[in-house]
Design a protein around this ligand. Structure first.
Ligand code: NHR
Ligand code: GAR
Length: 226
């Protein structure tokens, strides 16, 4: 926490940073009571770095391709994150697998948003795969990061119904609109203590969360998790 008791958040990005922007906007609007203390990128040209600078957030550019090998890059990311020492690490379109020891250092304090209704469709090209499989529903999931890829416990999902004639592009737009709602909300839940991780399992409102909370495109938050 910082000296006013706010959650200190570091955001990792690789690209355009629209989720980062949603988080910046939520802080500015008073919907998210947290301090964005750093934005790190493995890609020095990520547009999200400009969004961070515009918002007055300290940026760290780690050019993945300038490192001799993966181990060197992983060591530098680990060193930088330990130096920044955030309460929470938020992956927002971050495209590099994070080394086990870094995940373990921030155990229970690292979140990702993945564009599928996990555990369905871990990995890449989720929109294409969901459409090809003739799914009725698709969406996006905020989950705790554990060393195993896209396998950490899901906390909050945003669900959209796949329309007739849906394209990858139209589906991506609808799902990403949902990410801009659920990611800041989930971080705020952590900031206010509504959401906690005990032994890396999510608890919401003092109860173990056995299935993720769900928000639908057309409705508000389901069940008791208001
Ligand atoms: N790290 C760990 N340890 N665990 C997770 O669950 C992680 C993670 C790092 C990133 C995001 C994730 C996603 O939302 C994420 C989750 C990139 C890859 C990947 O294969 C996989 C999952 C995710 C992000 N990256 C390749 C790599 O070698 C590079 C791919 C590329 O450059 O295009 O790191 O989907
Ligand atoms: C987001 O939609 C996120 O779900 C996805 O990339 C986008 C990043 O956009 N993440 C992954 O696919 C991770 N493999 P942004 O940079 O504009 O926030």
């Amino acid at each position: 926490m910082n000296d006013t008791g706010k959650l200190r958040v570091a955001v990792l990005i690789s690209g355009s940073g629209t989720n980062l922007q949603a988080i910046i906007d939520a802080v500015a609007a008073g919907r998210l009571n947290a301090e964005l203390i750093a934005v790190l990128s493995d890609n020095p040209d990520a547009y999200g770095l400009q969004r961070a600078e515009q918002a007055g957030i300290v940026t760290y550019r780690l050019d993945f391709h300038s490192f001799a090998d993966r181990t060197d890059y992983d060591a530098e990311l680990h060193r930088q994150l330990r130096h920044i020492d955030p309460d929470l690490v938020v992956l927002a379109g971050y495209m590099r697998i994070i080394a086990d020891r870094t995940v373990e250092h921030f155990a229970g304090r690292m979140l990702n948003v993945h564009p599928s209704l996990l555990p369905a469709y871990p990995g890449l090209h989720t929109y294409r795969r969901a459409l090809a499989a003739g799914e009725t529903w698709h969406g996006t999931t905020v989950h705790l990061v554990i060393p195993e890829l896209d396998a950490g416990p899901p906390v909050l999902q945003y669900r959209v119904k796949i329309h007739p004639g849906e394209t990858e592009q139209s589906l991506r737009e609808r799902v990403q609109t949902g990410e801009y709602r659920i990611y800041p909300l989930c971080i705020q839940w952590l900031a206010e203590g509504k959401l906690e991780f005990r032994e890396q399992q999510p608890w919401l409102d003092g109860r173990p969360l056995t299935a993720p909370a769900i928000i639908d495109e057309t409705t508000e938050l389901k069940d008791q998790h208001g």
